[in-house]
Design a protein around this ligand. Structure first.
Ligand code: ADP
Ligand code: ASP
Ligand code: MG
Length: 413
């Protein structure tokens, strides 16, 4: 007998028929003799609907009340799933985050999990019940409801699996695993049988929303075995696991793109010590996370600085830069959302050379201009115009032959 934590995303529980389908998958495992804990998201579109309602009242609704509202999405699904299982003759019980409790800090809308209490879940499992837990939500020490950020049900599932020392955490979604790129961008995307925690972490942070980044962080820290698979078929999924030498045989294993970043450019600032510090300290004070930065070479003692931030922070970022524009003696501050970050990822990049050159040449052949570049040991990212993002992904996927299993690949050396 194993303890299995399963998570079903919004599309998988999108209507009552799909909830019944999920219930059948759960009882199949239960009938094999396993203890089952199931984390579910809100029904597809529900979180967006709730946000839309709140924004009709105010463009910036009170963060605490917004989390109270958003948590109702998951609350509805857990009850519907428990009722479905009970109607099938199984013992099932549902829990909101505060009932577990799953304790978080008080960063409403992006709360971090501090603790998952095990007692209630253990008691129910011992009594033979299927335990259903609401994803995406928790509670502060002071008793306020919080949410974990969009896509956060993945984190709930992995955190519950870590706390219970589960044998496996199965993430069921609308694709049957982690692919070499988003299968909705190219039909040539190939399913990977396994990805290393480190690769998945880069993929999640660079735009592959199939797993939420904090869920991967949790899985990596507590070494939780995670498998990503489809709720619509029984195909073998993708294991997220420790790295192995096989994974290093390919230079590039995945291509991602992130369309949700924006660029700010501060032009004509004096090229002297302290300028970058002034800009980025002011942004850090406002909790704006900076991604890529470039500074032009200086001409006549002046230079331009460009950087990228999450699209949602653009208005705030521009306001801050315009506020300090005078003290920087900057000529202009401008912002653009017309950018996308396209990245290639692979553990093997550590040992292959020529990978960056191949990426830049591929983009050049397509006539795509690169506006910014950043690299780390296992990834290279380029900022391009938004309209070229999907073309860039397809071209890179072809150039690195990601549609072919590695035995038949010819790599850049
Ligand atoms: P859920 O609602 O189940 O959490 P998400 O929409 O958050 O599902 O994540 C699944 C989606 O992630 C897929 O439909 C796919 O479009 C997207 N995706 C992006 N990159 C990848 C990738 N490399 N592999 C698989 N799916 C990906
Ligand atoms: N319901 C939340 C969202 O739509 C959380 C999740 O689905 O993971 O972002
Ligand atoms: Mg998701």
């Amino acid at each position: 007998m194993s303890l299995i934590v399963q998570k079903y995303g919004g599309t998988s529980v999108g209507d009552l028929e799909r909830i019944a389908n999920v219930a059948r998958k759960i009882v199949r495992r239960k009938d094999q003799g396993h203890q089952m804990v199931v984390v579910v998201s809100a029904m597809a579109g529900e979180t967006d609907r709730l946000i839309g309602m709140a924004q009709k009242i105010s463009p910036t609704p009170n963060e605490r009340e917004l989390d109270v509202l958003l948590s109702t999405g998951e609350q509805a699904t857990i009850a519907l799933l428990a009722m479905t299982l009970q109607a099938m003759g199984y013992l099932a019980v549902s829990y909101c985050g505060w009932q577990i409790p799953l304790v978080t800090d008080d960063a409403y809308g992006a709360a971090r999990i501090n603790d998952v209490k095990r007692d209630a879940i253990h008691t129910d499992l011992e009594a033979g019940k299927i335990v259903i837990v609401a994803g995406f939500q928790g509670v502060t020490d002071a008793g306020s409801i919080t949410t974990l950020g969009r896509g956060g049900s993945d984190t709930s599932a992995v955190a519950v699996a870590a706390a219970l020392k589960a044998d496996l955490c199965e993430i069921f979604t609308d694709v049957d695993g982690v692919y070499t790129t988003d299968p909705h961008i190219t039909s040539k995307a190939r399913k990977l049988s396994s990805v290393a925690y480190e690769e998945m972490l880069e993929m999640a942070s660079l735009g592959a929303k199939v797993l939420f980044i904090r869920a991967v962080e949790f899985a990596m820290r507590y070494r939780v075995p995670v498998v990503v698979r489809s709720s619509f078929n029984d195909n073998q999924g993708t294991m997220v696991t420790e790295e192995n030498p096989e994974m290093e045989k390919e230079s590039v294993r995945a291509v991602t793109c992130n369309m949700k970043e924006a660029k700010i450019t501060v032009t004509g600032v004096k090229d002297k010590p302290g300028v970058a510090s002034n800009i980025f300290s002011a942004l850090a004070d406002a909790h704006i996370v900076i991604d890529m930065i470039i500074q032009n070479s200086s001409a006549e003692g002046k230079t331009d600085i460009s950087f990228t931030i999450p699209e949602a922070d653009l208005a705030k970022g521009l306001e801050i830069c315009r506020h300090i524009q005078g003290s920087l003696a900057a000529q202009d501050v401008s912002g653009s959302t017309d950018i996308a970050k396209v990245s290639i990822i692979g553990l093997g990049m550590r040992s292959y050379s020529g990978v960056a050159a191949k990426m830049f040449t591929t983009l050049a052949h397509e006539g795509i201009n690169i506006e910014m570049i950043s690299t780390s040991e296992i990834k290279i990212s380029c900022v391009v115009r938004k309209k070229y993002a999907e073309l860039a992904v397809r071209a890179l996927h072809d150039a690195f032959e990601l549609d072919k299993p590695k035995e038949t690949q010819t790599e850049a050396h």
